[in-house]
Write a new protein. Structure first.
Length: 148
């Protein structure tokens, strides 16, 4: 059994009511439940956290450093946070970056990610389905890792 982390950053607590034309109507709690069910169904544990605070996100990552994989939607911190990038570099936790919206179709300040170069890959613009797809990838990744 492995442990997979799901971390959401600023304003993602408002999913379902925040700019629904961009982010849809599904609430974060439902996304977390869906990801958890997928992971638990594959025999893994899932820890999830959301914060509007960069520091609390970094603290949570450090506290959970023993995990095996991370799914992260850092929200706007993606485009601004060298501190979060450094935290991910320090932990050496394999991770996927998720964005509900296609950030490349939006304002140019959303086109750069401080996290992307450290990630295995990014799921961008797939709506909330990106979370489930990322969880499925994590399950496959962990299966392959355990086979070696
Ligand atoms: C987001 C994209 C970011 O640019 C934005 O700041 C968010 C959400 C997304 O999931 O599409 O808060 O990460």
């Amino acid at each position: 059994m492995a442990k997979v982390l799901l971390l959401n950053g600023p304003n993602l607590n408002l999913l379902g009511e925040r700019e629904p034309d961009i982010y849809g109507l599904t609430r974060l709690q439902d996304i977390e439940t869906s990801v958890r069910e997928l992971l638990e169904g594959a025999g893994h544990a899932c820890g999830s956290f959301q914060s509007n605070s960069e520091g609390l996100m970094i603290d949570w990552l450090q506290e959970n450093r023993a995990a095996d994989f991370l799914l992260i939607n850092a929200g706007a911190l993606t485009h601004t946070s060298i501190a979060l990038r450094d935290a991910l570099a320090a932990l050496q936790l394999p991770f996927l970056e998720i964005h509900i919206s296609n950030v490349y179709k939006r304002e140019s300040f959303r086109h750069h990610s401080f996290l992307a170069a450290l990630a295995i890959g990014s799921l961008v613009g797939l709506g909330i389905q990106g979370y489930d797809l990322a969880a499925r990838f994590a399950i496959d990744f962990l299966k392959q890792r355990n086979a070696h």
